[in-house]
Each structure stands twice: as structure tokens, then as C-alpha cells.
Design a protein around this ligand. Sequence first.
Ligand code: ADP
Length: 601
Amino acid sequence: MKILKNNWFMLKWIYQYTPGFFFATIAEGLVWGCIHSFTSVLFIKMLFDRIESAAPFEQIVSVIGGMAVFLVLAYIFHEWYWKFLEPKAEQELHSQMQQTLFKKAIAMDLACYDNPEFYNDFVWAVREADRRAIAVAKEFGKVINRGFSSLVIISVLFTVDPIIVGVICVAVGISVAIRLWQTKLQFHKEEEIRPIQRKTNYVNRTFYLADYAKELRMSNAGELLHRHYDHAVENIVNIHQKFAPKLFIAGLLRSVAVSTLFDVGILLLLVYKISVQKTITLGDFAASLSATWKLFRQIQDLMARLAKFKEHSLYTEKFRAFLEYQITVQDSSSAKALEAPLNEISFQNVSFAYPEASHPTLKNLTFVIPKYRKIAIVGPNGAGKTTLIKLITRMYNPTEGEIRINGVPVSEYTIHSVREKIGITFQDYKIYATSVAENILMDLFSKEDEPALQHSLAISGFSEKVASLPDGLKTELTREFHPKGTVLSGGEQQRIAVSRAFARDYDLIILDEPSAALDPVIEYELNRKLDETITNKTVILISHRLSTVCMADEIFMMENGQIVERGTHGELMRLNGKYAEMFRIQAEKYHQEENYETKNI
Ligand code: ADP
């Protein structure tokens, strides 16, 4: 039932997006079914019957001519279907499905990415989507073809001798039972292999992805991964070995016991009928012999196709689960767009725990960030600084408490309208294989965007470098698609990422560790510009280098998901608490480095 439902779901998609292809697939199935049944049964029977009854030569020729015309027309349709229609439909289906999947993926809760099982299914659904849809369509066509031709052949055989049909039914029954056993064995085998294969796939990936290339060259990680790989392969081989004896017996039973005995049995029965009983004509004999062989293989193939539907169903289920997943961070029905500027953000007793986490990452936070304030968030690794940003940008909902924007609960605004007003540089930003301009705008570039781009580049201190690139703003980044694409250093990439936060007239700027890869001079410049030029925007800056946050109007010192101290740099130094301690340690380290350098000049 589930198999039927899932495949029906997929067929409905195919019908919805490519109705022409859907009907043509049915027609192709019927046409091919006619070819199978006519050539192997009806045509032979008509021919032999006419020869036996000494029909006039013209009549026999007309039967052959009719068959030839039918075949030519059928082949024309068949070629048109595969050469013109199918490739086009495949692309259309591909594009429609990917669009739907991309839309859903972007709206998906970020929490889904933290769940490895869901993430695997999601990646699988996206990767397999179009391939499976087209496979279901093809399988559907083949089932119509095999089903239709089997029906025609059975009806012809029934007129010759119902016993033959009975024998075929018994043989098919046995064959189906063995096939079901085979499918079950195969399924269990794959189920055991799949998790191990994930490991081999992971190792494969690490060897060709650029992210790992440097570390693999500089360490023994390659060797280590290879060991894991070998171990996984060994396990896979063992699983194959474990299932091999049963699969061997099943295969042998089906091919030798059923096929051979069946073929020989039917042959004996027909020979007995024509030569001993003399109850069938030569036409019946020839047609029945050809028909039974054809029919048996057709039905076996039909069963194989039906088994394939089980596999498609398994996939479709994941695909459906992905599409039907109820997103938790989404607009409520009463949500309205945030039209006014994003002026004030407040947290009221906000706590947050990641799904499946044993304790909360943020604990009972209460604060207000007024308009145009520059707030710095500092604290040790894992204090919850980035998580706080994820809540402001609505990647997650708080587990407890309320976030307000301009005094209104954030859930009353549409997510998009809030995000639109935030310019952000993520700590783990990504550079895309597109132009410099599009990498900064994160959108298509047009001439009118140029002043805003130049402004953002001036803030990140990257204008000169961009001007020196071969195509300026239009220079392609990465070598993904262009062999002469520009590859930027870590610090340069970070300046592109920082520019993003200033490329539009955002109300709130969030910079999460914007200077981690910057050299001190550029970092100093960036801070100076933030302080002097960004006067009409609210800024939230996360940094572990305390020297960069002195200019902030207020500093939140976070530890274990709580704000343990807050105030200006001066106030916190006078408080002489955690912030002051951290600041002194960093300053001391800096002086030590300075003395070391002076001594070594
Ligand atoms: P910070 O930015 O202060 O270094 P984070 O906000 O990134 O800290 O992380 C705070 C804590 O939350 C860490 O202990 C981290 O392990 C945990 N954490 C971060 N992201 C996730 C996640 N997606 N799922 C579960 N725990 C997470």
C-alpha cells in the first residue's frame, strides 16, 4: 500500500510538471507492448494459420505488410519519444524538482542540519530527486508495456489451451515467491551495507574536496582515513559473503529449477498436443511455443520492475518526508512585514537549547540594544556568542522567553522582512564561484549597485585590491568554472565577507569575528572606520580580540550562555572582573611579543 502511495505521489509530480511526457510514456508502453505481443504471438499465429489453410499468397503478404507498416510507425514513435521528448522532459522535470527542493531547503530549520539522519536523507533526496522521478516514469512505461503484452499473450494462449495458462501461472507463482525472497535478502544486505558505505563515501569526499587538501598533505590524516576506508571495505566484503550462500541458492532455484523446467515442461505439453492428441494446429503450436517463452520472461521482467517500485518508494518516502517536513521557524499566519527601520532589539528572559542538547546554550538573557548603539560581545569559545546571533537572525526560535524588535515580539514579523534589514558577516562565511560584485551583494549585479559596492569596499579596506584585479568588480572568484579565476587569501576573503554587511543600507550590522584572518593594521583600520563612519546603524560585533572592542558603546562579557558583565571598556576595567582579567592577559601577551621582537631586531 505504501509502495503504491509513494509511487503514485511521484507519478502525480511527473503528470503535474510534464503532462505531455506522462501521456506519451503511457502510449510508449502500449505501443511497445503491442510490438512484443503482436510479433511473438498474433503475427505468428495469423501467418501459420493462413499457410496451413492454404490461403492465397496475397492474403499472406497483406498480413506481413500490415505487420511491417505497424512496426515502422511504432519505431518512429519510439525514436521520437526517446530522442526528442524524453531528454527534454528529463531536464524540465529536473529543473522543476530542484526549484521546489531548493525553496524548501532554504526555508528548512537550521536545526535539521544538526540531525545527521535527517541531513543524510535530505542530501539523498536532493541528489536523487530528478533521477528517481524519471526512473519512475520509465518504469511505469515498462510496466504498462509488459502488463499489456502479457494480457494479450494470455488471452491468445487461453483460446489455444487454458491448461498452458494454468502451468504458466504456477511457474510464475513459484518464480515470484523466490524473487520476493531474493528481494528481501538483497534489502537486508543493503541495509547492513549502507551505513558502512557512508563512511567510504566520506573518505572519498575528503580526498577530492579542496577544504581538506592542505591538511592531508601536511599530516598523516590521509593514512588514517585510508585505514578507516580499508576497514569499511573489509566489513562490506564480509556482509557480501554472509548473504552470498542464500542469494546463490535463490538465483539458482529461479534460473535452473523454474525457467529450465518450465521451458522444457511447456515444450513437452505442446509436442504431446500436436503429435499425440492432434488437438492443436501448427499455428497454435508455433504461436503457443513462442508466446509461453515470451510471456514467462515478460512476467518475470514485470516482477523485476515491480520490485524496482519498492526501491523507488523507499526513496520517495524520504523525498516526501523532506517536502512535508513541518518547519518550526516560519512565519505565523498573522505575521506582517517589518516596514519601519529595525531600531531596537530586546531579549526578555531568553533561554535556548539546541535540539537534543543536554543543557541550554543561552540562559535567561535579558537586555536591550537601542538604536545606533555599538555593542561588542566578548567571551571565551563556546560562551554562546554566535548562538545569540542565530536567534536574532531567526535561524532558531528561543526555547524560552521572548525577543522583541521595536518593542514587538519578533514572531509578529515575517522572517524575510527582518533578515532583509540585517547586514551580516558570518564567522564561517563562504566565498561563491561568481564575481567579486556578486559575492559582496549576494545578488545579481547591476551598474546602479556600484556606488554601494565601492562604499562597502572602502569600509573593509579592499578597494585598492579590487581595482587591481583583472576585471575589477566583475573578476571571477575561485577556479571552479574559470581556469584563470582569482583565488584570494584567507584575509582577503574575509574582507569580501565584511563588505557584504555594508553593501546595502542595512539597519543592523552584525560582524561575527570579522577580523579573525585580518592583519593588525587592517583590523585597526576596520575598527576606526566602524567607529567613525558607521554612525547611523546599530552594530553588534563579536570578537575575541579585546583590543578591537574598546570603542563599543557597551560590551557584553559572556560566559556559559550568560552575560556575566556589561558596560563600557572603562567601566569593565574598573570593575576588575572577568573582562579586565581577559584584557590584561591579552595585553600582557601582546607586550611580551613586542619585547621579543624589539630584542630580536
Ligand atoms: P561561541 O560563539 O561563543 O564560541 P557558540 O554560540 O558557537 O559559541 O556555541 C555555544 C555552545 O553551543 C558550544 O558549546 C557549542 O558546542 C554549542 N553548539 C553550537 N552550535 C551547535 C549546534 N548546531 N548543535 C548543538 N550544539 C551547538
